[in-house]
Design a protein around this ligand. Structure first.
Ligand SMILES: [Fe+2]
Ligand SMILES: [Fe+2]
Length: 440
């Protein structure tokens, strides 16, 4: 087919679109435009289906670039792009009605709810096929938001399970680890899939139920470490359950009473181990971890132990996870450190409190800029680290503030390596009045 035929079609489409705006359908000018269009359609489909594509403001007939000098080319390309149409195919039996319906639909105001293909079908223009432009960034962002909502719902469900479990232990002293296992497995599946998303969840914190949040976050960090260490799935479940229940001994105390909270500090490992020793299951790990998680690497800590006593590796792992959560949490017992400072503190703690090899491994798993770090970039924009990047110095960042300091709505994700943008400094989220977990 000659290019001339395709160009005539474009001009006819544009003229008809103008005519629908300007004249009532009984007007001779309108009839003239429609007749032109009908003629153009017939010529175009004479040898087979005719496809018009649009890409970056240019029109193509199949893959042939069409001259943009022709009258109406710009307007047609613009109208198609505004309606997120990537291509229009006229079938061999395309009629005048089909063509004029297309023109009418393209004259409608573009909106997220207007789907040109569906609208044509609804109006009976069956011989025209539309390929919608897929905005990959938008589709990706939508998928990410969907998963994020799902993850948050999972976290809330886990809080609920743990709340019930804790209440039952408080009333009857009967631990049911089956439910705890469910909590762990829920998170574990997501961790294998997307560890950054799960680390993002661990930045969540609740004022009123801080101990429940602490338990789940300690479990998440323990699993991240266990996964990094290469522990197989069954072992991870056991580690997760142990981490989840490490502070269970605190149920015996009223933590709102300062005297009792102080007692709980030293007594909860022993009481927790007592509770967990009543588990019907064979796995003794939760009991050991509850008992040992405050025993320091240098022999200090509590409960006191004989010289030469060796703690379970899971206890040492939970001690690291427990410490990291307390360092990065603000209330009520936390230090409110930014993740980068907390990581440095963990490394310092290896001289006294924590196992050196395991701590280094945990720090490696978190990366140079751990998930949850608020960072200022070389172009002055500010965002929160949401995942590891291709290299340690270039994580993925969810941008919250634009280069000029305006709040980004919606926020967008940036691969700092791809964009060749560096990190200038780590910012304390409090200075920006930002709650990190709201942005992950
Ligand atoms: Fe504890
Ligand atoms: Fe703890």
């Amino acid at each position: 087919m000659e290019e001339r035929v395709a160009l005539a079609m474009i001009t006819a489409l544009s003229a008809a679109r103008k005519a629908t705006h300007l004249y009532p359908s009984a007007h001779p000018k309108y009839r003239e435009a429609v007749d032109e269009l009908a003629l153009a359609v017939r010529s175009c489909v004479a040898e087979g289906p005719f496809t018009l594509n649009v890409h970056l403001g240019r029109l193509y007939q199949d893959s042939r670039v069409l001259s943009s000098d022709v009258s109406g080319a710009h307007a047609v390309a613009e109208a198609l792009e505004a309606h997120r149409v990537e291509s229009v195919t006229f079938g061999v039996d395309a009629s005048e009605h089909d063509a004029i319906t297309l023109v009418e639909v393209l004259a409608m105001r573009p909106s997220a709810t207007l789907d040109v293909g569906e609208e044509l079908e609804r109006k009976g223009a069956s011989a025209i096929t539309i390929a919608a432009f897929v905005d990959e960034d938008a589709a990706e962002a939508e998928e990410r938001d969907r998963l994020r909502e799902q993850d948050r719902a999972l976290y809330k469900r886990l809080l609920g399970v743990l709340r019930t479990l804790t209440a039952r232990i408080q009333e009857t002293g009967d631990p049911n680890v089956g439910e705890a296992g469910m909590v762990v497995e829920g998170i574990l599946a997501r961790l294998m899939d997307d560890s950054a998303a799960v680390l993002g969840l661990a930045t969540m914190n609740g004022q009123s139920e801080s101990s429940l949040f602490h338990s789940i976050n300690t479990m998440i960090y323990s699993l991240v470490l266990g996964h990094e260490l290469g522990i197989p799935e069954e072992g991870l479940t056991s580690l997760g359950v142990a981490a989840l229940l490490h502070d269970i001994g605190k149920v015996a105390f009223d933590m709102t009473d300062p005297t009792q909270a102080d007692e709980a500090r030293y007594l909860h490992p022993k009481i927790g181990a007592d509770i967990l020793s009543r588990l019907p299951e064979q796995d003794r790990t939760p009991m050991l971890v509850a008992y040992e998680h405050h025993m320091a690497a240098d022999g200090s800590g509590y409960p006191e132990r004989d010289e030469g006593y060796v703690t379970h590796p899971f206890s040492r792992m939970v001690a690291i996870a427990d410490r990291y959560d307390r360092l990065t949490t603000t209330q009520p017992e936390g230090s409110g450190m930014t993740p980068d400072k907390a990581v440095i503190q963990l490394l310092r703690d290896t001289s006294t409190l924590l196992d050196q090899t395991l701590t280094r491994l945990f720090v490696k798993a978190l990366g140079v800029f751990p998930v949850g770090c608020v960072v200022r970039l070389t172009d002055h924009s500010v965002g929160v680290v949401c995942a590891r990047g291709t290299d340690p110095l270039h994580p993925r960042v969810r941008l919250m503030f634009d280069t000029d300091g305006t709040k980004l709505e919606p926020e967008r994700e940036l691969d700092t390596a791809e964009a060749s943008i560096g990190i200038v400094e780590i910012v304390n989220p409090e200075n920006l009045a930002v709650t990190v977990s709201d942005h992950l």
